[in-house]
Design a protein. Structure first.
Length: 94
């Protein structure tokens, strides 16, 4: 392993002092709005599909485009290429 690979490998581990306890998280309410970035990427499109199917929140996606319609078109195209059929949900929630 070269020095850069070695450094990257060591950086992939969290310090032992950094810990997260899920039992500390107690949301008081369900979110009414969600801001999602990266929604046209591989992971983002799956997150968006899950949110659309499981949440009643309004979902706001940051997408590159000429305008809102162009951004919406990009998301719908990406969902179509990923075998998602949620165009109706998109129109209702975004």
């Amino acid at each position: 392993m070269n020095p850069i690979e070695s450094k990257l490998y060591l950086d992939s581990f969290l310090d032992n002092n950094i810990q997260y306890n899920l039992s500390d998280y107690h949301p008081k309410e369900k979110p009414t709005s969600i801001f999602l970035t990266g929604s046209t990427g591989f992971l983002g499109i799956h997150l968006l599909a899950e949110l659309l199917s499981s949440s009643k929140a309004s979902i706001h996606c940051l997408v590159r485009g000429l305008d809102a319609d162009d951004g919406r078109r990009r998301i719908i195209e990406k969902m179509g290429s990923s075998s998602f059929c949620v165009e109706v949900a998109l129109k209702n929630k975004m």
